[in-house]
Design a protein around this ligand. Structure first.
Ligand SMILES: *[C@@H]1O[C@H](CO)[C@@H](O)[C@H](O)[C@H]1NC(C)=O
Ligand SMILES: *[C@@H]1O[C@H](CO)[C@@H](O)[C@H](O)[C@H]1NC(C)=O
Ligand SMILES: *[C@@H]1O[C@H](CO)[C@@H](O)[C@H](O)[C@H]1NC(C)=O
Ligand SMILES: *[C@@H]1O[C@H](CO)[C@@H](O)[C@H](O)[C@H]1NC(C)=O
Ligand SMILES: *[C@@H]1O[C@H](CO)[C@@H](O)[C@H](O)[C@H]1NC(C)=O
Ligand SMILES: *[C@@H]1O[C@H](CO)[C@@H](O)[C@H](O)[C@H]1NC(C)=O
Ligand SMILES: *[C@@H]1O[C@H](CO)[C@@H](O)[C@H](O)[C@H]1NC(C)=O
Length: 477
């Protein structure tokens, strides 16, 4: 009797319906622990490597084996056409991706390949599996800069984020937190100028302190850093970053989230198209990116309505996953698109067997799953998936956008550009100016950018092919 009850409880808890088949997944992942942004170039620490690796192990047990294994995916020996791995040109994100992949597809052990001449060749490093991390240009160098839109070339997104600094909310917080930030000066004065220790640099300050509390056992004036103070610094940084990443009444700000939406839809489309055609390609995509993209995406899909935490910066090695699954019978082949459903999962910090991602409802609803058709329609309302759409929404007209600049369509486009003519630009220009100054203050950050020669262009704007270069490369190779 008790056993039966226990069994019933277990069954109710089981996340995956026995009849369910997972068809594919898209994961967006933050990097692991890193050195502070205020001391560029940043790098992935040993702790960060371990976090990424652990997360890779978790997703291995979720998607490569067990009851929610992706149908038809290789379990042990990687097959590159089934995967798409992307990260911007950024040391921290690229290395996080590599660490994750080591956990996802561990070495397969010694195996000897015999050549035509009879010579046997052994794989190095116990059969370590080589998985390319394709680069995307959105977010290049993002971990080296303090301000999210620094890595975007989207004019309207920059203008919109900058206008946060002239908002009522910002002014209010800045003046009300003066005393709080003054109390932090002794802690950060070795790195930051006293004049820069205020709400304007809320994230940089939080980041510096957060890294120090993880790595430095001798922080100056550490008695200031009570739990309350740390929470306050984090809460203010969250408000600051969410303010820069998303504004309900000015969605131009959420450009990075819109691009991610386009990438997710594109990949899911390729999963369904390949599955329907009986191909084993395009099953799992993992993109590494910055917290700012999480935040603008959270805003766009209404996650703050599901939980207020979604207005806060996700911890290191956080991940969100979009699962494509079906309850239909798949014995006879891939289900029809009408039978495909989507589930959203998120985990704040490193996912592992003992701390697993949870399911959250999207778009302010209460259902934990939705049909692919609905998901695709809802995301499609704001997803950016062509160069032309990107150029139009960003109001960019040069470079790769020049081709679209003269089309009639452009007339409805640059909402934000109108600001230039109504006197907004001076204030905004001032804020941009202030940021450049700060960048110089921060240990030659600006110099790094110049020397590094980061050419920051939209991923859309780069190629002749508009979307998801990575998947296409896999197909060609
Ligand atoms: C990582 O960054 C820290 C702090 O900036 C620096 O001391 C260390 O040498 C860097 N490590 C590598 C491998 O670059
Ligand atoms: C959000 O956008 C509206 C409309 O542009 C603006 O009035 C408001 O100040 C913005 N709020 C923030 C916090 O940026
Ligand atoms: C810890 O902080 C102190 C004071 O800022 C600094 O001198 C020291 O180098 C730091 N140690 C580490 C390991 O970062
Ligand atoms: C501060 O927080 C840590 C971890 O959350 C906890 O272990 C510790 O007891 C707290 N200290 C105080 C003084 O509340
Ligand atoms: C995938 O995209 C193609 C081209 O835009 C479209 O015709 C097709 O209906 C899409 N498939 C799904 C399942 O959304
Ligand atoms: C993640 O956790 C941090 C606290 O560690 C919190 O401030 C933040 O809001 C959380 N973010 C999300 C998206 O859950
Ligand atoms: C996690 O759990 C799965 C299933 O129970 C198991 O196969 C796997 O080895 C576990 N992973 C780790 C890293 O413990």
């Amino acid at each position: 009797m008790q056993l039966a009850v226990a069994f019933a409880v277990l069954a109710a808890l089981a996340p995956i319906d026995a009849a369910e088949t997972v068809l594919g997944a898209y994961i967006f992942h933050r990097h692991g622990d890193r050195s502070p942004k205020s001391l560029p170039p940043t790098n992935l620490t040993t702790l960060g490597y371990e976090q990424s690796y652990t997360s890779g192990q978790y997703y291995r047990s979720r998607y490569l084996r067990g009851s929610s294994k992706i149908r038809g995916i290789n379990e042990d020996q990687v097959k590159l056409s089934q995967l798409s791995i992307t990260a911007p040109v950024d040391n921290v994100l690229q290395n996080s991706a590599t660490g994750f992949l080591q956990g996802l597809y561990p070495p397969v052990g010694q195996s000897v390949q015999t050549l035509a001449n009879g010579r046997g060749v052994q794989a190095p490093m116990d059969g370590y599996q080589l998985i390319p991390v394709n680069t995307i240009s959105t977010g290049a160098g993002s971990e080296d800069v303090g301000w999210l839109q620094d890595v975007s070339s989207c004019t309207n997104a920059k203008l919109s984020s900058n206008s946060y600094f002239t908002s009522e909310e910002y002014r209010h917080l800045k003046s009300n937190t003066k005393a709080f930030y003054s109390s932090l000066v002794p802690v950060v004065k070795d790195t930051l100028d006293e004049a820069d220790v205020n709400y304007k640099n809320a994230y940089i300050i939080f980041d510096l302190i957060n890294v120090a509390t993880i790595h430095n056992s001798s922080i100056p004036s550490s008695d200031v850093l009570t739990n309350e103070t740390l929470t306050q610094a984090r809460t203010l940084a969250n408000a600051h970053e969410f303010g820069l990443a998303y504004n309900n009444s000015d969605v131009a700000r959420a450009m990075s989230g819109k691009q991610l939406a386009g990438e997710i839809l594109e990949y899911m489309n390729s999963t369904i198209t390949a599955g329907t055609a009986g191909s084993s390609a395009n099953k799992l995509s993992i993109q590494f990116g910055a917290y700012a993209t999480f935040l603008s995406f959270f805003g766009l899909v209404g996650l703050p309505k599901a939980h207020i935490d979604f207005t806060g910066v996700p911890d290191y090695a956080s991940s969100m996953a979009f699962e494509l699954f079906t309850d239909a019978n798949v014995e006879s082949g891939f289900p029809s698109t009408d039978d495909v459903q989507v589930r959203f999962l998120f985990h704040n910090g490193t996912a592992s067997n003992s701390s697993q991602p949870s399911v959250y409802p999207l778009f302010g609803g209460s259902a934990n799953t939705m049909s692919f058709t609905d998901f695709s329609a809802k995301l499609g309302e704001f997803a950016i998936s062509t160069t032309e759409a990107w150029c139009r929404e960003c109001g960019n007209t040069d470079g790769a956008c020049a081709a679209y600049a003269s089309t009639k369509d452009n007339n409805h486009a640059p909402l934000q550009q109108d600001r230039d003519s109504n006197g907004m630009s001076a204030a905004v220009g001032g804020v941009i100016g202030a940021f450049v100054t700060l960048a110089v203050v921060l240990s030659g950050l600006f110099v790094v950018m110049m020397l590094g020669g980061f050419r920051i262009v939209s991923k859309r704007a780069l190629g002749a092919k508009p979307i998801c270069d990575a998947e296409n490369i896999e197909e060609k190779a």
